[in-house]
Design a protein around this ligand. Structure first.
Ligand code: ADP
Length: 398
């Protein structure tokens, strides 16, 4: 390992300072992780860089962000703490330089299967904030020569800044979301409170009492749904959900989903049709999570429909992907709402009068579909209806 000349080294430290300052000003976690990997590969003249975050509860490391966008489907891969290079770095809290990864006994073979890049050399450092390991930062394949101790020092310095920035972004994200949640809790709590006070008043007419009790029931159900959806979304966002990928026969899944919204659709007087081809390929995905998405979309198509309306769930396969569509004959969505539709807690103004909701269902669905390597899009016309389309790759990586 040769040492670079002092002026080059000075230049590299100057650049390190710039990059680190840039990190400190980013509070959005995924943007921050992107900046960190880009900074790492630039600083160390590496072909690619990646971040694995440590999940304390599961005791696992998980690929979060990778510099090479073509390889982004390696993101989400879980790496065991034992038997992996990243695990060694996290456990020993030490940096490491490996010149021949393929022959290193700690190399975790599943990573090689998941990415197109062949890893030859690697430099990795632990990300430690407040004495806790938050993850591992790795750069691979030095563009010229081998990783040096200078590269290691630079990456350690970047890693120290990166770890603090990750902690801050996480805290910010949490406090931001919690204040949003608290805000959302206020409306149903106010209704419950008001209704209960009215019920206590002996002068309140007997005939209207049932209405108030129904209001209390409805609003408390909404609170429970808010809590459940919020937890689901926060598990998804912090990577605390572990997808159970299995081979799925879609038709039974779709039929089960329709069954689960049946009482809701009957109550609203809405018919659900299923359109399917003769045969369908098997899909590799998480059964419960995909079912959750279908139920969310069907339930919306019923809620935002009109009496006597119709919902069509159609499924097809095309060039390595599954296409799912939920089409309704409902109220439609005004164009100005479309940019916010998948945002947390967003509800089209006026939805409250039509139907109870939390504004979280679409955010949850989008997250699940994207975690499966798919996309979800919407087409809509006010007064005519809305169609949500889900594209899912048949095999979303390992
Ligand atoms: P909610 O719990 O409010 O239904 P979602 O995240 O599932 O939350 O949906 C967000 C908002 O998008 C809804 O409040 C509603 O205004 C609108 N929306 C969703 N699906 C439809 C649909 N099929 N037709 C019309 N509007 C819809």
């Amino acid at each position: 390992m040769k040492n670079a000349d002092p002026s080059e080294l000075l230049e590299r430290y100057r650049r390190l300072n710039e990059l680190a300052r840039d990190l400190a000003s980013t509070l959005e976690l995924s943007a921050l992780l992107n900046r960190i990997v880009n900074a790492a590969s630039e600083l160390c003249y590496a072909q690619a860089a990646s971040i694995l975050l440590y999940d304390e509860r599961e005791g696992q490391l998980r690929f979060e962000t990778i510099t090479n966008p073509d390889d982004s489907w390696a993101e989400g891969i879980v790496v065991p703490v034992e038997n992996s290079i990243a695990g060694w770095i996290a456990t020993n809290r030490r940096p490491i330089i490996i010149s021949d990864v393929q022959h290193d006994p700690r190399h975790y073979i599943e990573i090689a299967k998941a990415t197109d890049i062949v890893t030859d050399s690697l430099l990795g450092v632990p990300l430690i904030a407040k004495h806790k390991v938050v993850g591992v930062l790795e750069v691979i394949n030095k563009l010229t020569g081998e990783f040096t101790l200078e590269d290691q020092d630079l990456l350690l310095a970047l890693g120290a800044q990166a770890a603090v920035a990750i902690e801050n972004a996480r805290l910010f994200q949490q406090s931001d979301q919690i204040s949003e949640l608290v805000h959302e809790l206020r409306t149903p709590l106010t209704s419950i409170n008001m209704s209960a006070k009215l019920l206590l008043n002996p002068q309140f007419p007997e005939t209207s009492r049932i209405e108030l009790v129904e209001m209390i029931l409805g609003e408390s159900q909404r609170l429970a749904k808010l809590a459940a959806d919020f937890l689901d979304l926060s598990r998804l966002e912090t990577g605390r959900i572990q997808y159970q990928r299995q081979v799925i026969d879609l038709l039974p899944l779709l039929r089960a989903s329709i069954q689960l919204v049946k009482s809701q659709s009957e109550e609203a007087g809405i018919r659900i049709l299923l359109e399917k081809p003769e045969t369908l390929p098997l899909l590799r995905a998480d059964y419960d999570q995909i079912k959750q998405v279908i139920i969310n979309l069907l339930s919306n198509a019923i809620k935002y429909n009109r009496p006597g309306g119709r919902v069509t769930l159609s499924v097809g396969a095309n060039q390595g992907e599954i296409l799912l569509q939920v089409q309704d004959s409902g109220v439609g969505i005004p164009e100005e709402s479309l940019p916010y539709l998948f945002d947390k807690f967003y509800r089209v103004p006026g939805s409250e009068e039509d139907a109870r909701g939390t504004g979280l269902g679409l955010s949850i669905s989008k997250r699940i579909i994207e975690d499966h390597g798919g996309t979800i899009t919407v087409r809509t016309q006010v007064g005519v209806g809305t169609t949500f389309t889900v594209h899912l790759p048949l095999t979303p990586g390992p």
